[in-house]
Every structure is written in structure tokens, then in C-alpha cells.
Design a protein around this ligand. Structure first.
Ligand code: 3PG
Ligand code: 3PY
Length: 206
């Protein structure tokens, strides 16, 4: 629902976007992220292990585990069955949006242009992922899109780095950013993940 996706976005500066190949890595990664202050975790449905990763991370105290790369109602059902508490998509379709609303689950669909935003508004949504943030025009595009849609707030994701995140977070229309930089692929270095999470969670939205 709208209220809680807003609360989720305001609860963290950065939502780590996770692509995890091995379910055995799920708990150590989630524990390191939560210890570093990043509590909203987006597990992308891009690996065969993703649903097992969601199930495992959901057991970690303090973690709010969501699913990313949710492309259709079938993905949404699988993610919810695995325990996902929020749903992220690279885009916004009517079937996925109807399914998310029917389930009452916090839902963050991706938008990249004015028409996407208008379709979301027609559905009663005003919180969106701006994706792919850098490739779709970067901060300049986000500022331009914010002008006609004053009530809309964004989580830009795609191409954002530890170095560029502060500029994005300084935008009034930005509540948080997403990015994969906090967790490198492969066997987890939990000390490095915790340190990156601490740095990321110390950034604040404007
Ligand atoms: C993705 O598509 O993997 C997410 O948008 C994260 O993108 P990033 O790797 O550019 O942070
Ligand atoms: C997703 O995978 O959900 C995206 O929006 C791209 O990061």
C-alpha cells in the first residue's frame, strides 16, 4: 500500500539491490547489511537461488526483505510466498500493478518518463523507482520530471554509486536511492559489506 511504501522509502537512505547466486550467502549478507544500518533489502529475482535467499533473509532480525525484478503477477505470487514484504519492478504494467494492489503489498514500480508516471497516478500510486536512473537522463531528467508531478517521490536506481548517491539524495523529490554497490558479487566479505552499509546509511535524503 501507498502509506507503507512511503514509510519504507523514508526509513533508509539506500536500498541495496542484491543479486545473490548462493542461498548460503543470504544470512551473512543480510546480517552485515542490517548491522551497518541498511534494513530494507531488495533481492532481485535474477538468480535461481533468489526465492531461497528471500526465505533465508526474512529470518534475520531487523531485515525488511523485498523482491526486485518482479515482472508479472506470477513473480509477485512467488515472491510473496517466499516471504517478500515489498515488491520492486523495473517497470510499471497494469497486470503487475493490479496484482500488487489486490495483495496490499508495498509496491515500488519503475518509471522512466512522464507517461509511466501518469499511468501510475491513474492507479493511485505516487511513489516510484526511477529506473534506469543514470541511463534515463540522470539528475537532470529527474529534476525535469519532478516539475509537473509535485507530489511524486522517487527511489532512483541504476548506475548510482557511493560517490554519486549524495547528489541524488539532496533532491527534494528523492526519498532514497537503490544500488548494487554495497554488496559485491561472489563470496561475501561481511566486514566490507558492513562498512559499505554504514557509509550508505549515513547518507540522508534531502
Ligand atoms: C540493477 O538493475 O541491477 C539495479 O538497478 C542496480 O543497478 P546498479 O548495479 O547500477 O546499481
Ligand atoms: C529491478 O530489478 O527490480 C529493477 O528495477 C532494476 O534494478
Amino acid at each position: 500500500d501507498l502509506t507503507s511504501i512511503d514509510a519504507l522509502m523514508r526509513s533508509v537512505a539506500v536500498i541495496p539491490v542484491l543479486v545473490i547466486e548462493d542461498a548460503a550467502h543470504a544470512v551473512p549478507i543480510a546480517e552485515a547489511l542490517v548491522a551497518g544500518g541498511l534494513t530494507a533489502l531488495e533481492v532481485t529475482l535474477r538468480t535461481p537461488a533468489a526465492l531461497d535467499v528471500i526465505r533465508a533473509m526474512a529470518t534475520v532480525e531487523g531485515a525488511v526483505v523485498g523482491a526486485g525484478t518482479v515482472l508479472n503477477p506470477r513473480d509477485l505470487d512467488a515472491a510473496l510466498a517466499a516471504g517478500a514484504e515489498f515488491i520492486v519492478s523495473p517497470g510499471l504494467t497494469d497486470p503487475l500493478t493490479d496484482a500488487a494492489k489486490a495483495n496490499g503489498v508495498p509496491y515500488l514500480p519503475g518509471v522512466a518518463n512522464a507517461a509511466d508516471i501518469m499511468r501510475g497516478l491513474d492507479h493511485g500510486l505516487d511513489r516510484f523507482k526511477f529506473f534506469p536512473a543514470e541511463a534515463a537522463g540522470g539528475l537532470k531528467a529527474l529534476k525535469a520530471l519532478s516539475a509537473p508531478f509535485g507530489q511524486v517521490r522517487f527511489c532512483p536506481t541504476g548506475g548510482i554509486t557511493a560517490a554519486s548517491a549524495p547528489q541524488w539524495l539532496a533532491e527534494p523529490a528523492v526519498l532514497c536511492v537503490g544500488g548494487s554497490w554495497v554488496v559485491k558479487p561472489g563470496a561475501p566479505d561481511t566486514a566490507a559489506i558492513r562498512a559499505a552499509a554504514e557509509a550508505a546509511s549515513g547518507l540522508r535524503a534531502g
